[in-house]
Design a protein around this ligand. Structure first.
Ligand code: HEC
Length: 123
């Protein structure tokens, strides 16, 4: 009985470390996808052609200090999380009609997942 419990515990720990490793791998490949964003977006609070993306997850759309957003983005009422980012990155103009990001999106779902794992690491 005790051994069984210990075995279960080991399996849980193993499962957890595997998923942490998987997440790190996702973020690593997401970093490569981010290269196409980095022409416009910094990974910290600095604004360029696009707003800085540091601390993006949990932030309300259109609120990076000092960035001049479109009215569409400011009025979108979106909170950036895995779900909203996945939708926006799939079809930016469909999700925020009239936003001025000159980028057509990331069509591949797996690539978007990796990209969002990477965005989640930006503090
Ligand atoms: C050619 C420049 C350009 C590229 C490339 C680009 N963006 Fe943007 N992005 C912008 C601009 C400009 C805005 C502001 C849009 C607005 O105000 O309507 C924006 C807005 C955003 C927002 C909303 C941020 C906020 O503070 O609400 C996110 C998220 C975002 N971009 C992510 C990305 C990601 C991820 C990529 C790469 C896959 C990318 N962008 C590629 C220019 C760009």
């Amino acid at each position: 009985m005790r051994n069984l419990a210990a075995g279960k515990f080991a399996a849980v720990v193993l499962g957890l470390s595997l998923s942490a490793a998987a997440l790190a791998a996702d973020a690593e490949s997401g970093k490569k996808i981010f290269v196409q964003c980095s022409v416009c977006h910094a990974t910290d609070g600095r604004n360029g052609t696009g707003p800085g993306l540091g601390g993006l997850l949990g932030r309300k759309a259109g609120t990076a200090p000092g960035f001049r957003y479109s009215r569409a983005m400011k009025a979108s009422e979106i909170i950036w999380n895995e779900t909203t980012l996945d939708a926006y990155m799939a079809a930016p103009q469909k999700v925020v009609p009239g936003n001025v990001m000159p980028f057509s999106g990331v069509p591949d779902a797996a690539a978007r997942k990796d990209l969002i794992s990477y965005l989640a690491t930006l503090k």
